[in-house]
Design a protein around this ligand. Structure first.
Ligand code: GDP
Ligand code: MN
Length: 304
């Protein structure tokens, strides 16, 4: 019998450049998904990066809600990949179901943001992201775009725009559109507080913590005085302005595949008193990859 063929990949031939489109680089879009939002899918379809170079990866929890989201997602995938026009079809799509027990019960925005729920929830999210990453990252992947299932509006050129800066890790600013009852009009507010620059106060807090304790951002009872990218946004600021970051969120995040290949993942435990995406930023930094953010480049989170 013939020996099985061996696939050779020379990682030096997989370029990771500021012009991924010109160099036909493969993008892996990864989404942990607890709920399916049609606006997320519609926005994804509008991405102007060639879909034949995009692989989609999803991980969904094995909960009642996760089952419903899987059904909905599969419906939309069938529509796009089978019935849709050729140029909107993606290169390939992978759906994973979470295998670890117990699945965290689905929580609404107020419940999941309670400080006492954060450590367990963020650890579960970290494991979901790691499972998704380690089962989908391929030898030809140049960039990984993390995009949460409730990010419903981005510029169509998101991938090109973020990659143009040629940074190892790049985070746009995640805002939320909402109806402002005082102004009686639509308005917007910062949403993701995990994109930040460190502060001496946070370092002091960390020093007094036990080895398994984690610092969290956006809680009055744990004032860190970090500089939050959410508040660095200027309405008249340049969209291409960049700032270095020490912590990042995962709502939308472009990462050079080599950062993950070097071993940067989402710690589901206290790593320098940081967890999940914030721990990832720290790990990337320790590996020599400095994360950056774009305070004036906005993407929008769903308003529950
Ligand atoms: P928040 O916006 O920071 O409050 O975080 P979310 O609850 O929106 O979670 C971030 C992303 O992970 C979203 O895309 C969710 O749909 C997804 N998500 C939330 N919980 C789970 C879970 O238990 N398993 C998986 N696979 N995805 C989840
Ligand atoms: Mn969210």
């Amino acid at each position: 019998p013939k020996a099985p063929p061996v696939a050779h990949y020379n990682l030096n031939n997989v370029t990771i450049t500021s012009d991924p489109l010109g160099n036909r680089e493969n993008i892996l879009v990864l989404t942990p998904m607890a709920r399916f939002y049609q606006q997320y899918w519609d926005n994804l379809l509008k991405l102007s990066y060639p879909h034949e170079l995009i692989t989609l990866g999803f991980i969904l929890p094995k909960t009642k809600e996760g089952n419903a989201a899987t059904t909905e997602l599969q419906k939309q995938i069938a529509k796009t990949q089978k019935a849709g026009p050729e140029q909107t079809r993606f290169k390939s799509i992978i759906i994973l179901r979470q295998d670890f027990e117990p699945p965290i019960q689905s929580q609404d925005e107020s419940e999941r943001h309670k400080i006492q729920n954060q450590k367990i929830r963020r650890a579960a999210m970290a494991k979901a992201r790691n499972s998704l990453l380690f089962t989908t990252l391929g030898p030809d992947t140049s960039w990984v775009l993390w995009l949460d299932a409730d990010v419903i509006e981005t510029p169509p050129s998101l991938i090109q725009d973020l990659a143009a800066h040629n940074k190892p890790v790049m985070a746009p600013n995640c805002f939320q559109r909402f109806y402002n009852t005082e102004k009686k009009a639509m308005d917007e507010r910062p949403y993701d507080f995990n994109n930040w620059q460190d502060s001496p106060t946070a370092a002091e807090l960390a020093k007094k913590m036990g080895p398994d304790d984690i610092l969290l951002e956006g809680y009055a009872e744990m004032a860190t005085y970090r500089a939050l990218m959410a508040y660095m946004h200027k309405s008249d600021g340049l969209r291409q302005e960049t700032v270095p970051l020490d912590g990042v969120g995962g709502a939308a995040l472009l990462v050079k595949a080599d950062v993950h290949r070097d071993g940067a993942m989402f710690p589901p435990f206290s790593f320098y008193h940081l967890i999940e995406t914030e721990g990832f930023a720290k790990m990337a930094k320790r590996l020599g990859w400095q994360p950056f953010g774009l305070p004036n480049y906005k993407v929008y989170h769903y308003d529950e």
